[in-house]
Design a protein around this ligand. Structure first.
Ligand SMILES: [Zn+2]
Length: 312
């Protein structure tokens, strides 16, 4: 009997140590490269954005949903702070009609109400906001996405106006080829209705808008740089970070979350280091927006740096 207790105690201690180490590695550990392997500079973006014609005049934010990440999911090792899951769309506005009709570009489309359950947890959905998003996409000259996850592209994939919008939806080849876009609601047949973009590195989408290829979080991930006529600049960084804390504190998502997402941690680590060094530290004048960070968005809207809602 004595021996049995002894063995049980040893097994329990071993299990405890394994569990402790697994938690440390999978949930608490965060490492970032000392220096990013990305050589892109802000000047590259500025030059490409300003080359081709009249620049846009405003960026508007529309929110269609709001929830919260599970504790510990956003910043490795941090369980005490609550992090928002804002679901938004951006409207870049020009003061003259663009090729393709309309004066606007739409960036990201959140999700459809039927996809809320895929996010797990408590997420509110704004039906009025969703209707404005649909109207915004119908009126736009083009629609683009930071990446092909359902919470960024689902509002387009399951749009009741899909046929009207598809012809001006511009998807990089990597987004089109990604299995994630099928999970977001597209079929192969629907993809053939959209425009395919083939580019490496940077792509000048329209005067003042530059796409930056940043595969890693997903195969088709891209950041989007916007420069206004006034000289004001934005960098929509998609989901490289989920909250500005990831950038300012240089702390990333836990390894377990990356494994679950199937993201390339090496690439995302270099991108996060680049955002920290090149934008947050060296170019504070650029308005850096990570997609799900409600507090940052609200602050910008309050200061008048982002328009509140879409315009028609
Ligand atoms: Zn997302």
């Amino acid at each position: 009997m004595k021996k049995f207790f002894k063995i049980s105690a040893i097994v329990l201690i071993i299990l405890f140590v394994i569990g402790f180490l697994a938690k440390k590695i999978l949930l608490d550990y965060s490492s970032i490269p000392e220096k990013s392997n990305i050589s892109l500079t802000v000047n590259d973006l500025r030059e490409l954005a300003g080359k081709t014609g009249p620049l846009p005049v405003r960026v508007n934010l529309l929110r269609i949903g709001l929830g919260e990440f599970l504790p510990g999911m956003v910043v490795a090792g941090r369980y005490d702070k609550k992090y928002s899951v804002a679901l938004v769309s951006y409207q870049v506005v020009y003061d003259s009609v663009l090729q393709g009709g309309g004066k606007t570009f739409i960036i990201d489309a959140g999700l459809d109400k039927s996809q809320i359950k895929m996010l797990k947890g408590d997420v509110s959905f704004d039906d009025a906001g969703y209707n404005l998003l649909q109207k915004g996409m119908k009126n736009a000259a083009a629609v683009v996405f930071t990446h092909e996850h359902f919470d960024h592209i689902g509002g387009m994939a399951l749009s009741p106006f899909f046929r009207e919008i598809a012809g001006k939806t511009m998807l990089p080849a990597e987004q089109m080829a990604s299995p994630l876009i099928l999970q977001a609601g597209f079929s192969q047949e629907m993809l053939t209705k959209c425009k395919k973009l083939q580019y490496e590195g940077l792509y000048a989408l329209s005067p003042g808008i530059v796409l930056i290829k940043t595969s890693g979080h997903t195969p088709g991930h891209q950041m989007i740089y916007v420069k206004l006529k006034s000289g004001e600049e934005y960098l929509l960084a998609g989901d490289i970070a989920w909250n500005m804390d990831n950038v300012t504190e240089l702390k990333r998502r836990p390894i377990l979350v990356s494994l679950f997402l199937g993201e390339n941690r090496d690439r995302v680590g270099n991108q996060l280091r680049w955002l920290h060094d090149e934008i947050y530290q060296a170019h504070k004048e650029i308005r850096l927006l990570v997609y799900h960070d409600q507090a940052r968005q609200d602050e910008y809207v309050k200061q008048g740096l982002l328009g509140n809602g879409f315009e028609f």
